[in-house]
Structure formats: C-alpha cells, structure tokens
Design a protein around this ligand. Structure first.
Ligand code: PLP
Length: 337
C-alpha cells in the first residue's frame, strides 16, 4: 500500500512527464549565466509576475535570505510576522549571515501584519536604532490568503515610509488560485517575491526570486557567497518550467481535496477541525493522544507531521488522490480520542 503522505506538499515526486522534460533539458554552466533552461525559467517567471529579473535558487529559505540580504545591509532591520517562515523557520539566517535584525510582530488571523503596529515599530533615524528597511509578508500563510485589499494598503505604507516590500510567496500560486485572480495581480505591489517550485507545484527542487534587475544582481552575488551558485542546473529548471506549464491550474484540485478532508474529519466525534485553507487542514487532537494517533495512522498507511505546531497539519498535493483522502478520513474515524 502506498502511504498517503500528508506531512507537507514538499514530499511530491516528479511525474514521468516531468522526468522526461528534465532529460531533454539543454544545460550550461549557470554560474557563467550560460544555462539556457535556467535563463528561460528566470525570464519567464519574472515576465509572468511583472518583474525585471529572476534568480533560480536551491531552496525557498535561500531565496528569502538572498532577498533580505539584497534589500538590507548590516545593521538594517526587517519587519516580519512573529509566526512567519522568514522569522521562525529559517534558522535566523538573516541575523546569522546578513547581520540584519528582525523586528517580529504578532500577525492577524489571515497572516497579515496589522499596519498600525508595523508603523509603530519603524525606528527613527538615530544611531541608537537599527535602520528599518523592509516589510516582509507571507501569502499564503499556514494555507491562509491575506485579505486582498490589505496588499495595496501595505504597499501604500511601505511607499510612504520608504520601506521595501518583500513577499514570501512559497505558495503564491495556491493564493492566486484561491483568490481567483491572475498571479500578477497578487504580487503587483511588491518589490521582490520568492516562489517555491518544490511545494504544491511538484518540482523536485528549487525556488525563484524575482525583483528589479539591480536587486537580482545583488541576490546573485549573495547566492554565490552562500554556496548556492550551481552549474548545470537546467535539468532542475526544466522540472520547474514543466510545473509552471502543467501544475498550476490543478492546485484547485488540492484545495477541493483539502475541503473534502475537512468535511469528513468534521463528522468525527472527538476531533476538532480548526481550519481548512487552500491545501491545508488543521485539527486539534488531545496532546496526550498524539503519539498513539501517529502510530495508528501510520499503520493505516497515512503519514502525518506531528510536533511542529500545536495542531496536526495535513497538506494535500499532487500525490494525494481521492482514495487517499477517503483512507485518511476512515483512519481518523477508527481511532479513539
Ligand atoms: C517551505 C517554505 C519556505 C522555504 O522553502 P524551502 O525550500 O523548504 O527552504 C519559505 N516560506 C514558506 C512560507 C514555506 O512554506
């Protein structure tokens, strides 16, 4: 029995057609800027999103790090959600490697940062303070889309206060599908955007950072410095390009399966469904039952990620089908809470 792997949408494996596209890829040395498949991916995503340039990098963590290091210098500061990936889940990279101070603030329920609080933490220009340079948002955050109108208000604040605006758009395409808007509209106000190809889009590796030509030039330098200069990366870029061509619209299926999962789980006594947003479902299970639940589920062929968050998070993706969703609901139903 193939397990249903709901731990994350990073677990997807390349489809046969994607592997064939990888085999056919023309390659060159990307550190010399000579990999045609990488160059085409970068140009295409930048153009699709309305930016001057793009940079293909190994991971979303590196993409965000390069963005922070390209917007900010040593002694600068970025304002970030206290539960945002760029603050909590990236090993403190901006501080460790960039000498950039994070200024975290609590997020609203949709993941946005209350703009009055953002404004209140912007530091005066004075030697006592770090120089506040950048506001970073995340969309989707924990599967949630930020209220669409907020994005323009954040842009207005950033412009008025002279801040850059970066988006951690690891799951940007899930957001666009959920809004029912072209992805370009979702990123219209941002100065830079990081997109993961290796999550719901199903590529094996890779993220792209887009921004102005000068920002991407700085990011390219930091990519090399942090050891991310890669060579014949075109085979990976081919997978990413395949994903953009074939796996964007189907994200709606992942969202529908998450909704079906939440609905089925909602009928089970003792299990509280706490949320269902885009491709993620969150449930509350009594803490003392979590270990037994994980063992029970794994016996039933369902893999869950337990321990990173107070709730159990399940993520649908291209390798989860209807049967997998029904098997998951049945397995949850046969557990005593
Ligand atoms: C996964 C993720 C990242 C980082 O991507 P990696 O490729 O795992 O380093 C950044 N931000 C968010 C919101 C993510 O979900």
């Amino acid at each position: 029995m193939t397990p249903v792997d709901l731990r994350s949408d990073t677990v997807t494996r390349p489809t046969q057609a994607m592997r064939e596209a990888m085999l056919r890829a023309e390659v060159g040395d990307d550190v010399y800027g000579e990999d045609p498949t990488v160059n085409a991916l970068q140009e295409r995503l930048a153009a699709d999103l309305g930016f001057e340039a793009g940079l293909f990098v190994p991971s979303g963590t590196q993409s965000n790090l390069l963005a922070l290091m390209s917007h900010c210098e040593r002694g600068d500061e970025y304002i970030v959600g206290a539960d945002a990936h760029t603050y909590r889940f990236e090993g403190g990279g901006a501080a460790v490697l960039g000498s950039i101070q994070p200024q975290p603030i609590p997020q609203d329920a949709d993941g946005s940062l209350p703009l009055d609080k953002v404004e209140a933490v912007i530091k005066p220009i004075d030697p006592h303070f770090a120089r506040t340079r950048l506001l970073t948002l995340e969309n989707t955050w924990m599967g949630r889309t930020i209220e669409f109108g907020y994005l323009a208000r954040a842009r207005e604040l950033a412009t008025r206060r002279g801040l850059g605006l970066h988006l951690d758009g690891a799951r940007l395409f899930n957001a666009a599908v959920a809004y029912g808007r072209p992805v370009r509209e979702v990123v219209a106000g941002f100065d830079s955007v990081s997109i993961c190809l290796s999550k719901g889009l199903g590529a094996p590796v890779g993220s792209v950072l887009v921004g102005s030509a000068s920002l991407i030039e700085r990011a390219r330098r930091w990519r090399k410095v942090t050891g991310g200069g890669w060579r014949q990366a075109g085979m990976l870029a081919a997978a990413a390009t395949y994903a953009l061509d074939h796996h964007v619209e189907r994200l709606a299926e992942d969202h529908a399966r998450a909704a079906r999962l939440a609905e089925g789980l909602g009928r089970i006594d003792g299990l509280a469904v706490k949320g269902c947003h885009t491709n993620m479902v969150f449930v509350d299970v009594p803490a003392e039952r979590l270990k037994d639940l994980a063992a029970h589920m794994s016996k039933a062929g369902v893999l869950l990620s337990i321990g990173y968050l107070p709730q159990v998070r399940m993520v649908t993706h291209i390798d989860v089908d209807d049967e997998g969703v029904e098997r998951t609901i049945a397995a949850f139903a046969s557990f005593s809470y």
